[in-house]
Design a protein around this ligand. Sequence first.
Ligand code: SF4
Length: 295
Amino acid sequence: PLAGDDFSTPLFDPELVSYYLQHSGMVNLQTKRGCPYRCSYCSYPHLEGKHFRIRNPRMVVDELERLKQEHGVERVFFTDSVFNDPHGEYLKLVEEMLSRDLGMQWSAFFRPQGLGREELALMKRAGLYALELGTDAAADRTLLGLDKRLCFAEILEVNRACLEERLPAAHFVMFGGPDEDDASLTEGLQNIAQLDISVVFAFSGIRIHPGAPLHQRAIEEGIISAETSLLKPVYYFSPLLDRERMEQTIEESFAGHKNRIFPPSEGMIRMAVMRGFGFRGLMWDRLVRFPKIAQ
Ligand code: SF4
């Protein structure tokens, strides 16, 4: 595979850039490829490789500058598997953005682990305006079932740091994954309640991707056969609980909370309404209401 510095610089075709701006209000960019984690459902390591291949921060910021100067882009989403790599290489990029005083806003996918106020404050100064957190499961049992290698206490800690830095955060959580049962569902919903004003998008079941460890598990558990085509989406549901009852329980738990989104179709409807009003960008960040600061 190509090393990080060998990736070609994106073309930024004016027609495509303006399409993205018109429809989403932002442009996507990768600062690295690959992922060293092994989350059991995920195809990223299979598609991009099992190690981070990190691009030169100077080149990335050159591209950001081009996007701003030549295309008028003000907002970017970094589509790296995980923006905050555990060795802190991402901070070099953040420093470069700060030193070049870009005045652009950005967001990214983050791993909810080892991210404290200091890092968040630095990124906020460099234009970070919201975080999409790969929380994935809401109880330690199901985090383990997905091989996430983190526990809910760590997720809570990152969530708290985001709120203290007044950075909107969204957690993406899949219910019904490996080892989910009634007890983990109850625990997961109680844990989610502790995420306070942050946004939670919940999903039922997990798509099975070829090459991901979950594929093998689904075969072993008889959920699919080795011959099952995965071209059209096929989902894993834990055999340890009843799917309909699980979905009803999630809906009841989220009812009346604007920042808790389930089923996903609910989120699509709300996004469409906001788009109709002319909003662009992540949009979910507008659901986070920070308390007023006392004067
Ligand atoms: S879910 Fe995220 S952290 Fe886990 S393997 Fe996939 S990209 Fe990496």
